[in-house]
Design a protein around this ligand. Structure first.
Ligand code: CP
Ligand code: NVA
Length: 328
């Protein structure tokens, strides 16, 4: 079956079949191989794309910029200083950018915003993270798993922490689409919504994957192939949530004791940035205020040989390149 994604938006993986996701992973792997061999891929020369960032970023912004440059595409970075959302609505912004650019990336708040951009711009729109979903991260994660473990179907991925935000939700979706067994192991306040789990059931039926929600660490981590976590407090959440979040999620910190209970071949993943030590401006503030030195993962696990977090970070660029090239 030939796959053609030209003109498609990339807003959530809910909209993509397993064949389409696999196509993007294969394309990314091909781009990665070509990059290592210094083979040029600037097939999109003369095109322009806009990158809107209403939240901060290192990996996603750099990935879009480098990927675009490799494809021969010019980028415009829009953050502070643009009219977006302040003097001009998203619908108006979308119609302006759609006249000048062949594609638009958006990172920011509600999913509705990126959907409106797509609705009004008339060009492909890519979700670079919203409160609800982070689909480009999922492609990088799946490529990384495939590289390290050889395949995706039937692998057990255990996610610790806040499973009802962008990363938890998106893992739930991508695992269901591609047939991985997804376990969210956390305080039940942070389980993905029942409506999302119900929606995933149909994809799991087809793919052979499954979703388990549990508060029990022992059973969750048993036979795990992948251990994954994310920050306990996400961008845009109010400072007031820190105290409760630390109390609720500290029992679900990824420590070497937890990792030891998984398969010996298990890999550790994190979308990054990570509070594996608190040696950053925000980290130091948190450390001082709450008397802790590590959060979602210990420094020992983060720096261990089982950790593949920097492969994951690199793969953001190759997979984003695939998304841009396939949809423009
Ligand atoms: N993982 C990720 O999206 O990283 P950035 O916030 O640095 O873009
Ligand atoms: N859940 C995190 C992901 C960062 C890539 C956040 O939204 O801040």
């Amino acid at each position: 079956m030939s796959i053609n994604l030209k003109g498609r938006n990339f807003l959530t993986l809910k909209d993509f079949t397993s064949e389409e996701i696999t196509y993007l992973l294969d394309l990314a792997a091909d781009f990665k191989d070509k990059k290592k061999k210094h083979i040029a891929v600037d097939t999109h020369r003369g095109k322009n794309i806009a990158l809107i960032f209403e939240k901060t970023s290192t990996r996603t912004r750099c990935s879009f910029e480098v990927a675009a440059h490799d494809l021969g595409i010019m980028t415009t970075y829009l953050a502070e200083g643009s009219q977006i959302g302040k003097k001009e609505s998203i619908a108006d912004t979308a119609r302006v950018l759609g006249r000048m650019y062949e594609g638009i990336e958006y990172r920011g708040f509600e999913q509705k915003i990126v959907e409106d951009l797509a609705k009004y711009s008339g060009v492909p729109v890519w979700n670079g993270l919203t409160n609800e979903y982070h689909p480009t991260q999922m492609l990088a994660d799946m490529l990384t798993i495939r590289e390290h473990l050889g395949s995706l179907k039937g692998k057990k991925l255990v996610y610790f922490g806040d499973a009802r935000y962008n990363i938890g939700n998106s893992l739930c979706i991508v695992c269901s689409k591609l047939g991985l067994n997804f376990t969210a192991c956390t305080n039940k306040k942070y389980f993905p919504s029942q409506s999302l789990v119900d929606e995933c059931a149909a994809w799991n039926k087809e793919s052979g994957g499954s979703i388990t929600l549990t508060e029990d660490i022992e059973s969750a981590v048993k036979d795990a192939d992948i251990i994954y976590t994310d920050v306990w407090v996400s961008m845009g959440e109010p400072d007031e949530v820190w105290e409760e979040r630390i109390k609720d999620l500290k029992p679900y910190q990824v420590t070497s004791d937890v990792v030891k209970k998984a398969k010996p071949s298990a890999i550790f993943m994190h979308d990054l940035p990570s509070f594996h030590n608190l040696d950053t401006t925000i980290g130091k503030e948190i450390s001082k205020k709450f008397g802790i030195t590590e959060m979602e993962v210990t420094d020992e696990v983060f720096e261990s040989s089982q950790s593949v977090v920097f492969d994951e970070a690199e793969n953001r660029m190759h997979t984003i390149k695939a998304v841009i090239a396939a949809t423009i």
